[in-house]
Design a binder for this molecule. Structure first.
Ligand SMILES: Cc1ncc(C[n+]2csc(CCOP(=O)(O)OP(=O)(O)O)c2C)c(N)n1
Ligand SMILES: [Mg+2]
Length: 885
């Protein structure tokens, strides 16, 4: 022990100034450990370190422990059940997972798939399946497991053994279009809604969403909405995946909020796609200090049981020293070679070690296994992880990428993308894992399933039955909630009279009414990334409280005020701080609660619109895939409505970005009643009908008067446009969306007063929805050529008079409906980088204001009068295009 400490302590340190003195200290601590145990030694050392730091030594303690397993062999919980049967089962799953990729690629080499990643984590999964992961049952909602995306063949292969998938389905891997039983490449709830729960394959997404899932479960529990106690969230993260900011960016939240329902398993196979993750360092040691610093319980599972005797005999610390000195690039190479190579290059670093292993054959050296591939070590780590309280746990498991693939991939640089194996490698695989397959069967990569009454199959079924059934499994619906009628938002429907308000304010009133509602109120989850005051929502702090697992340990500075900053154990608001990625992860957790927790929750996530999609587009996409239901609110939207902030803030594109998400319904409302109608109908669809859609609304901070809702406008509001200003026979149609509707209405007056042109005005709540309808109709007409053609909603609304549209978004937004506008169509928009100035100046600069709308209309009707308008409105015809300046 003494020398192990010395070895570690001296790693990287300057030469020892007084070796005898050092030895005395070390002997002293040895004596304490021997007499009073490690706990006492830790106590003394802590005091000594504190004293030394107080005297000015600077930081001393390291967050790292030696490069050995955290759990010493004598403290390991023993794997219960039948270890030999488990190994056999795992070997079968390994084989089938590999076979399905090989067979798919025999069919066509374009199909792809991955072998190596699952082979590295088979043990990590199978121990979970056999002993830990509980499926949902009638009285327990079960554990949530975020499986690594590109290891899906392992999940399918297990589901096949469990009788959930057929051979035909395995053969339809990655052929979802041509084969109805097709299996999706990766975990996609959109494509396999009864199977996959969490889309993880965009690296980093599973990681961050698992943290916010665990946090949301604590929130649901604290609020008394669902009993989530005892349930765990497990997430499998690649060691290469940790480089994604999304992976590591929120680990602090998990530590800070003591998410002891969260367990991460980092599969440290030392490789990513191109090469080693940390060729020149050690990923496990790096992560150990990162996670420990963030308040996590860290369990390192580095060495397998076959190393135990060597480590026990390592009284002088020489073995651990070499283990620490070797870098991951070397560890990878060792496993791509053989026992002789490991003897020479690893043990050979120290002649004493070489001597120590001289009694071992090369084969025995080769069999020295890694912790993450040893079911006993993995079991012990999981056993400890599920019992650990007060902290999240990360298990850092060292494995081998392409384990078992031999010359076709094991530890090789190219292994990640290997989709084929040579015949020799397949035969070697069969022999290594002792699969009862003939050479012929191996060559054909036939699937293997033992007879139903074999000990393996009985064991498999018993284990899953004991854990409640199969995983993963996804619930499609929960009990519907009663949805309030439109009358709940009466205030918005009646207009504001003389008062000028913003759509943001209208939304806050809608939200407040929902929060007060007896039935749905509890299910509302307001999510805000440090922007409540910007949106005038600080009143909610006091009204419903900000969720904090510890309540409020301080008297808030504004305690005297009516609307003070109230943190509360039962708080309803998720005040996320400045993290759009974290906030949308909360949004996904809340918006899929109907599925994961059998209780529908309705997230309203409001954020600075510019930062919502641009920053986290991939999470939005994962939200769509997850069938998330809820409302995204892009606050302070519009390139010119947000007049004071400029280039990095002024959003004129989020509608274009959201238009690409298939199940988003995106709206740009102008008036409070439009906001109310859209939200009420959204609730009806998502919470009442349980449709898998979610909503995006832009909200503006510009104040103006809101009229009362015209009778019968609801239908048009939801479809995307309705007539607001009616004239007998319009010479021109004016279309306006969001805040630009005001300019468009003003343009109609200008046209009438200055030029005698009659124009009707349409409030376009959603160009995107109008396009959706148009595409649908056009497709139907193409596919039914001899039937009576249908007409798009836009075509039914407008005559063949010219139409002019203006919005506060780039032209592509309003351009979406072009082919269904019956007459000439001119679109104005705010293309270009934003800048700050008055709204009036900005609208002139971007050429979207009333004068430009009038000009565009006149240009269509009479070029001569258009020229006059340029002069009378003092428009500069040679101004540069805003995208260029
Ligand atoms: C955001 C993102 N970028 C890139 C990829 C492509 N990709 C898939 S797996 C992979 C390597 C993963 O390495 P690691 O996380 O170590 O997982 P392993 O396969 O080694 O277990 C890459 C680059 C992706 N899926 N997602
Ligand atoms: Mg890796």
């Amino acid at each position: 022990m003494t020398d192990r400490v010395q070895t570690i302590g001296s790693n990287g340190a300057a030469a020892d100034l007084d070796a005898a003195e050092t030895r005395e200290w070390l002997e002293a601590i040895d004596a304490v450990i021997a007499h009073d145990g490690p706990g006492r030694a830790r106590q003394i050392l802590q005091r000594v370190v504190e004293r030394a730091q107080h005297e000015g030594t600077g930081p001393i303690a390291s967050l790292n422990t030696p490069y050995v397993n955290t759990i010493p062999p004598e403290l390991e919980a023993r794997l219960p059940g039948d270890p030999a049967l488990e190994r056999r089962l795992r070997s079968i799953v390994r084989w089938n997972a590999m076979a399905m990729v090989i067979r798919a690629n025999k069919e066509s080499s374009d199909l792809g798939g991955h072998i190596a990643s699952y082979q590295s984590l088979a043990t990590l999964y199978e121990v979970g399946f056999n002993h830990f992961w509980r499926a949902p049952t009638s009285d327990f909602e079960g554990d949530l497991v975020y499986f690594q995306g590109h290891s899906s063949p392992g999940n399918y292969a297990r589901a096949y053994l469990e009788g959930r998938l057929t051979e035909e389905q395995l053969d339809a891997f990655r052929q979802e279009v041509s084969k109805p039983e097709g299996l999706s490449s990766y975990p996609h709830p959109w494509l396999m809604p009864d199977f996959w729960q969490f889309p993880t394959v965009s690296l980093g997404i599973g990681a961050i969403t698992s943290i916010y899932q665990a946090r949301f479960m604590k929130y649901l529990h604290a609020r008394g909405i669902a009993d989530t106690s005892g349930r765990k969230v497990w997430a499998f993260i690649g060691d290469g995946e940790v480089d994604e900011p999304e992976t590591m960016g929120s680990i602090g939240l998990a530590g800070r909020e003591h998410l002891d329902n969260l367990i991460w398993v980092v599969n440290a196979n030392l490789q990513r796609l191109d090469g080693p993750v940390r060729g020149n360092g050690k990923i496990i040691q790096e992560l150990e200090s990162d996670f420990r610093g963030a308040g996590w319980n860290v369990i390192k599972v580095i060495w397998g049981s076959r190393w135990d005797p060597l480590l026990a005999a390592d009284t002088d610390g020489r073995l651990v020293h070499v283990m620490e000195e070797s870098v991951d690039g070397e560890y990878q190479t060792y496993k791509s070679r053989d026992g002789a190579y490991v003897r020479e290059r690893f043990f050979g670093k120290d002649p004493v070690l070489l001597e120590r292993v001289s009694h071992m054959s090369d084969d025995e050296i080769w069999l020295l296994n890694r912790g993450g591939l040893d079911q006993q070590k993995v079991y012990a780590a999981y056993h400890e992880a599920v019992r650990h309280t007060d902290q999240p746990t990360v298990i850092l498991a060292k494995t081998i990428k392409g384990y078992g693939m031999g010359a076709s991939g094991e530890g090789q640089m190219i292994t990640h993308q290997a989709k084929k194996m040579t015949e020799d490698a397949l035969l070697a695989f069969r022999d290594r894992f002792e699969l009862p397959l003939t050479d012929e069967q191996v060559r054909a990569a036939e699937y293997y399933k033992p007879p139903d009454d074999s000990p393996e199959m009985r064991y498999l079924r018993e284990r899953r039955a004991a854990l409640g059934g199969s995983l993963p499994v996804r619930r499609r619906r929960a009990e519907s909630l009663p949805v309030p009628g439109l009358e709940l938002f009466k205030g918005q429907l009646e207009g504001t009279g003389e008062r000028e308000i913003s759509t943001t304010m209208a939304f806050v009133r809608v939200l407040a009414a929902l929060l007060r509602d007896k039935q749905i109120g509890r299910h509302i989850v307001p999510i805000i990334p440090d922007e409540s005051r910007t949106f005038g929502m600080e009143g909610l702090f006091r009204q419903v409280g900000i969720y904090s697992p510890v309540g409020q340990l301080y008297q808030p500075q504004d305690a005297e005020q009516l609307m003070f900053y109230k943190e509360d154990e039962h708080g309803q608001i998720l005040e996320e701080g400045i993290t759009e990625a974290g906030s949308i992860s909360s949004f996904i957790a809340a918006g899929t609660s109907y599925s994961t927790h059998a209780v529908p929750m309705v997230p309203f996530y409001i954020y600075y619109s510019m930062f919502g999609y641009q920053r986290v587009g991939d999470l939005v996409w994962a939200g769509g895939d997850s069938r998330t239901r809820g409302f995204l609110l892009g606050g302070t939207a519009g390139r010119t409505a947000l007049n004071g902030e400029g280039l990095q803030h002024a959003d004129g594109q989020s509608h274009v970005l959201f238009s690409v998400v298939p199940n988003i319904r995106a709206y740009d409302p102008a008036y409070g009643y439009e906001v109310a109608v859209i939200i009420q109908d959204g609730l009806r669809r998502m919470v009442g009908e349980q449709e898998d859609v979610f909503f995006y609304l832009t909200l503006m901070n510009e104040n103006y008067r809101h009229p009362a809702m015209p009778a019968g406008a609801e239908d048009g509001i939801l479809r995307g446009m309705y007539r607001l200003r009616e004239v007998a026979s319009p010479q021109v149609h004016l279309l306006g969306s969001g805040t630009m509707l005001g300019e468009v209405l003003a343009a109609a007056s200008l046209l009438e007063d200055d030029w005698g042109v009659s124009a009707d005005v349409w409030s376009v709540t959603s160009f995107t929805e109008l396009r959706r309808d148009g595409i649908d109709v056009e497709r139907w007409n193409m596919l039914h050529p001899t039937a009576d053609s249908r007409r798009a909603y836009v075509s039914r609304c407008l005559s063949d008079a010219p139409a002019i549209a203006s919005s506060d978004f780039m032209r592509a937004f309003a351009d979406q409906i072009r082919q269904w506008v019956p007459g000439p169509y001119r679109v104005l928009g705010t293309d270009g980088f934003g800048r700050s100035d008055s709204r009036k100046a900005l609208r002139t600069f971007f050429e979207v204001d009333r004068h430009y709308v009038a000009l565009a209309a006149l240009r269509e009707l009479d070029p001569k009068r258009a020229q006059e308008a340029i002069e009378s409105y003092e428009i500069d015809p040679d101004a540069p295009m805003p995208t260029t300046v």
